[in-house]
Write a protein that binds this ligand. Sequence first.
Ligand code: GLU
Length: 304
Amino acid sequence: MDFKTILKEVYTDLLQTKSNGQPASYIPELANIDPDKFGMHYCSVNGEHYGLGDHQEKFSVQSIIKVISLCLAFKTEGVKIWKRVGVEPSGTPFNSLVQLEHEQGIPRNPFINAGAIVICDILLSQLDKPKEEFLNFVNQLALNSTIQYNPKIAASEKDHGYRNAALINMMKSFGNIENPIEDVLDFYYDICSIEMTCEELAQTFQLFANNGCIPSSKERVITTSQSKRINAIMQLCGFYDEAGEFSFKVGLPGKSGVGGGIVAIHPGEYTVAVWSPRLNKKGNSYKGIQALEMLTTKSELSIF
Ligand code: GLU
């Protein structure tokens, strides 16, 4: 399969297409980005890399990082984490409060905000220096040492994070948060503020295309079973209340973020990252979804 040609066709087509939507503005700092940025990067498990457009420009990965925080918590704590967070699709927006009370403070999955906040609480209890160790883990997966938090974005989100504060207070009232609320939220905003390029994201997610082992360094990070399970959660829960639509159109596990990034994984084959900041009503990148739909349609390859 000639992915280089396919990627180029997809990119060229979409570059000329006007995209609807606007960048996220509920985190004011995210609204300052040029909305027409567009980059794509493909990375096969055999080490082939192709990138186009703004694929080497850093952007705020936001919820995409929730896959990596889940990965670290699953690696360090094992199956115990599933007592505090579920693995079911939510069918509700990423920051919704409604299910949480019904379900007694146990979030549906680790990728909605409530679930990712519980994972942050688990990491705070587990790690000696959470901020430093988490960043080291990201850099280890990315085979890179330049990835950093963006304190301006973290502060901007903290100043406007009323919903996340509501979610964590609700969970604390049900006994599902161990650490002080302020510490957990600060860590959550820090990890969401991490900036990466499409190239770095495609590299970071390679272990999920290779049963938990980084293909180029042969380093095993998590078990095969853990890797498959994280992919299953991405397939079912990676796109908020648009996860079914993404599965239907693209047919790959993946994760989006309100910074306009999406990473998708074809297990055994490749990872691909796309960035285009204009979001649809569900909070997913318009062009990002279109690009991935075209990629799997043209290549006639998905997990199905
Ligand atoms: N930090 C963002 C929030 O908590 C992440 C949202 C997202 O990317 O889905 O709202």
